[in-house]
Design a protein around this ligand. Structure first.
Ligand SMILES: Nc1ncnc2c1ncn2[C@@H]1O[C@H](COP(=O)(O)OP(=O)(O)OP(=O)(O)O)[C@@H](O)[C@H]1O
Length: 460
């Protein structure tokens, strides 16, 4: 007898009518810390199967009241997650093969050594580790397909695997998440995916862009007010924190929130309560907060425009979504993915991109990230009618020639500074398909400055 191996907690059912073999197996398996039950007939096996569940059943073929193969067939249906091993007489290869065909996990030909039994249990342990892994992947709604990972509706190449895994793991917990990344990189999509993979999935997901709403309105949007709280407040208004009760609130661009409101958000995080405007008593809430920003919060803390305590509260789980230019290997597969997605939606059949179109996609800097890539591909498809998308249909400004040929401007033309600024803003907006937020980022000016310039230059 070799060394006893330990297989703690594996539940085994042994079905064997030979008393000696049944005893020996029972003893060996018990010594290996398995939880063992033993039956000497089909009838007995059925009784035990009805009263408990097993990880593995090891059954003889020839039993006094029937065949182990029938038991195999029936239990493959009744308990598909239970592994079934059949014991055959020495050299009965045909029966062993037909058992495997019927879905047996393995077979043992009698007489067998302990090592053969241990090997099967080892394989079973590895398999259950694998299934557990698949289940957790399923849990996180993380899927792998054709070289992609998919998390909810987001796709990514290997560069995103770690981010998706982290998001999946954190989804299950109630932890606050801070998503960092440039505009269009997928922060909003990721926050929704986290919500949808979380136990709060059936509860509301509420999002608000903290920079898009004037500060004085943001407070009442988030926290609501009592009737009479101020002149216009005729009726009580529920804040988004209450609307999101039980679910998730996504605070986009939290870096742009003013300090007084930051203090209120901190209170929700710390005490799970807030006060409506004009309310005497606080309101309790159970809401998960996911915040996002494309700004450097640490810098804002240093500048004194972002609360340090809130920063630390929010950064329990920071997830950084990289800009597309930092994972250029994703450009081509993502472009192909979007191409096929839109082609399907439009009922078209396309093969792919022409070689220079691909080089153009690779060479471009993607300031608007995945959002821009998606838009460019959609437009490219609309503008092409052949099997392959041409470079001209992509209309990308690769190489960023500062004064482009459009509008007749060129570098030798002596233009007023304001005119150059106007044309440049126009070009950036056009490239980013009017996305002002992304344009402000590319131009490295504040969004309100951009709005003013759009107005002054009449570009709106
Ligand atoms: N990984 C991805 N898979 C599929 N589509 C994506 C992915 N990332 C971004 N997108 C596309 O880009 C769009 C913009 O993404 P999202 O709104 O999440 O970006 P964001 O980082 O929140 O940008 P913003 O800060 O401007 O709101 C999405 O609607 C989606 O179409």
């Amino acid at each position: 007898m070799g060394k006893t191996e330990s297989f703690t907690d594996i539940k085994v059912l042994v079905v064997e009518d030979d008393d000696l073999l049944r005893r020996v197996m029972y003893d060996r398996l018990t010594a290996s810390e398995c939880e063992v039950m033993a039956a000497d007939s089909l009838h007995d096996a059925h009784r035990l199967l009805a009263s408990a569940s097993f990880d593995i059943m090891i059954t003889d073929i020839r039993l006094p009241d029937g065949s182990g193969l029938d038991l195999l067939e029936e239990q493959r249906e009744a308990a598909p997650e239970m592994a079934i091993v059949v014991m055959t007489a020495f050299a009965d290869v045909d029966t062993a093969v037909s058992a495997l065909k019927q879905g047996a996990f393995d077979y043992l030909s009698k007489p067998f050594e302990d090592e053969q039994l241990y090997k099967i249990l080892r394989n079973l342990k590895d398999k259950s580790k694998l299934t557990r892994k698949v289940e957790t992947l399923k849990d996180y709604s993380l899927r792998e397909f054709e070289g992609f990972v998919q998390f909810d509706q987001m796709i990514g190449t290997s560069a995103m695997t770690e981010i998706f895994n982290m998001a999946g793991r954190v989804a299950k917990s109630g932890a606050t998440v801070l998503i960092l990344g440039e505009s269009g990189a997928g922060k909003g999509m990721l926050s929704k995916a986290i919500h949808r993979s979380s136990p709060r999935v059936k509860e509301p997901f509420v999002e608000i862009n903290c920079s898009a709403i004037p500060e004085h309105l943001l407070e009442s949007e988030l926290f609501g007010y009592e009737s009479g709280a101020f002149t216009d407040a005729k009726n009580k208004k529920l804040g988004l924190f209450e609307v999101a009760e039980g679910g998730t609130i996504f605070l986009d661009e939290i870096g742009d929130m003013d300090l007084a409101l930051q203090a209120k958000v901190l209170k929700v995080l710390e005490d799970r309560e807030f006060r409506r405007l004009g309310a005497l008593r606080p309101t309790q809430v159970d809401v998960r907060i996911i915040a996002a920003t494309n700004r450097n919060l640490k810098e804002l803390v240093k500048e004194g425009t972002f609360r340090e305590d809130l920063f630390y509260r929010l950064s329990v789980v920071p997830i950084k979504v990289p800009p597309l230019r930092n994972h250029p290997n994703s450009i081509e597969p993502m472009a192909n993915y979007f191409l096929q997605l839109f082609a399907k939606q439009m009922g078209r059949v396309v093969q792919g991109f022409e070689a220079d179109a691909l080089s153009m996609l690779r060479a471009y800097n993607w300031p608007g990230n995945v959002r821009e890539l998606r838009n460019v591909i959609e437009r490219g498809l609309i503008l092409s009618d052949g099997d392959y998308i041409k470079a001209s249909a992509l209309n990308l400004d690769v190489g960023a020639a500062p004064a482009s040929a459009e509008e007749g401007s060129n570098l030798t033309e002596l233009l007023p500074l304001a005119e150059i600024e106007k044309r440049h803003i126009k070009r950036v907006l056009k490239t980013l398909e009017g996305n002002r937020k992304a344009a402000a980022e590319v131009l490295q000016i504040h969004r309100t400055t951009l709005y003013k310039k759009i107005e002054v230059y009449e570009l709106g």
